[in-house]
Ligand binder design. Structure first.
Ligand SMILES: Nc1ncnc2c1ncn2[C@@H]1O[C@H](COP(=O)(O)OP(=O)(O)O)[C@@H](O)[C@H]1O
Ligand SMILES: [Mg+2]
Length: 365
């Protein structure tokens, strides 16, 4: 898929903007803090119905009370119009070809892959960031995932409230929430394992392409629930129920749900050694690049469509070899938006458009 045209209204520092990007390469340059990332964010918002920084309502221009993005994507041999709006009270409205799907999120058919500087934290940061990678970046390709995760989160929040007051509130007992917690938790776990099994060969392959031979990338899902070797939701429900029962006393004491997918982690290994602990800066960059590459290929594998790639201030930060790897992979196939305050000369000979962002708008140069 690719973006044919985008129209932006009262979005971050943009008042009114209309852009018809190049089918292949779009290089967006300009001084800092003028709106390069904001522009990428508008494409992300149109494709995925959410922002990648802060709250969704933060995207509304400060002096306005709603922001909207209208995008024309070329997808499955036709043009699909998306209109995504958010009002200051936080309510979103998403129209696809004029029809309101009544939801606050997007159907998973729009592939947008974003690579931003703090993605290195996927490896180095807290487990929550790795769970976010699974939930937000991989989860979009599995139609049931978001829905199941939301159900789990609702039950979890409710159960935690009950635990905080000792397990009993207004005659409501923790027991009735346990069953749902284990059921939805097991479904989340089962889908996560399925997603990770699907992406693992792609990550491994991409890593070996990037780093050359000799290093083997491993990935392991580390669950707080003791799982017997099965990704089957029914079996996991049994595992989760057994483990949950055994830990309930501790949970009542600690006043929170201590096991479940909300506490799990994902560990990366290079030749058997934990990358987070032992990886060099270069190895960490390569692992993240491999993850993003795999995310793109997975979308293609699942839908037969290439996703749109947003590279926010990362390309110039990579060394020459990794830059080449990325540019070769996208060349001619994947519509790409690259932001950078430097490096314009690198792109002047290539097929594509160069835009300058100056704080008031964005124009082709
Ligand atoms: N909701 C908003 N309304 C108006 N301006 C905003 C809003 N959010 C951020 N900005 C402005 O956008 C600018 C940052 O834009 P950004 O795209 O992140 O810059 P860069 O070009 O460095 O990527 C800042 O000047 C900030 O003040
Ligand atoms: Mg930026």
């Amino acid at each position: 898929m690719y973006l044919k045209e985008v129209r932006i209204n009262d979005f971050r520092n943009y008042n009114n903007l209309r852009v018809q990007p190049h089918r292949e390469l779009n290089f967006i340059t300009g001084p800092n803090a003028r709106g390069k990332t904001n522009f990428l964010e508008s494409i992300f918002f149109a494709g995925l119905g959410r922002t990648f920084r802060g709250h969704d309502r933060d995207i509304i221009k400060w002096d306005a009370n709603r922001a909207s993005v209208q995008a024309f994507f070329y997808l499955a041999d036709c043009t699909v119009e998306v209109k995504a709006e958010i009002a200051s009270e936080g309510k979103k409205k998403i129209l696809i070809n004029g029809a309101d799907n009544g939801r606050q999120d997007m159907p998973g058919c729009f592939g947008i892959v974003l690579f931003k500087p703090d993605d290195l934290q996927i490896i180095k940061g807290s487990p929550g960031l790795r769970r976010d990678f699974i939930d937000n970046d991989l989860g979009v390709i599995e139609p049931m995932y978001r829905n199941t995760l939301n159900k789990y989160r609702r039950v979890l929040a409710h159960r935690n409230n009950l635990l905080r007051v000792g397990g009993d509130m207004c005659g409501e007992n923790i027991e009735i929430w346990n069953e749902q917690l284990y059921l939805y938790g097991a479904q989340v776990l089962s889908l996560r394992i399925r997603l990770l099994k699907k992406i693992y060969p792609l990550v491994k392959k991409a890593y070996s392409e990037i780093s050359g031979a000799g290093e083997e990338l491993g990935m392991r899902y580390l669950s707080t629930v003791k799982l017997s070797n099965s990704a089957d939701a029914e079996q996991i429900t049994k595992d989760f129920t057994a483990e949950g029962k055994a830990r309930e006393r501790e949970e009542l004491y600690k006043k929170q749900t201590i096991i479940g997918p909300h506490r799990d982690d994902l560990v990366f290994y290079l030749n058997g050694k934990d990358v987070r602990q032992f990886g060099s800066q270069g190895q960490i960059r390569s692992v993240v690049l491999a993850l993003k590459t795999a995310q793109m290929r997975l979308f293609y594998q699942d839908t037969g469509e290439e996703p749109i790639l947003l590279l926010d201030d990362v390309l110039m930060e990579l060394d020459e070899a990794r830059q080449h790897y990325l540019m070769d992979m996208i060349s001619g196939q994947i519509q790409t938006f690259i932001t950078s305050s430097t490096g314009k000369e690198k792109f002047s000979g290539l097929q594509g458009k160069i835009y300058l962002v100056d704080g008031f708008g964005m124009k082709e140069v």
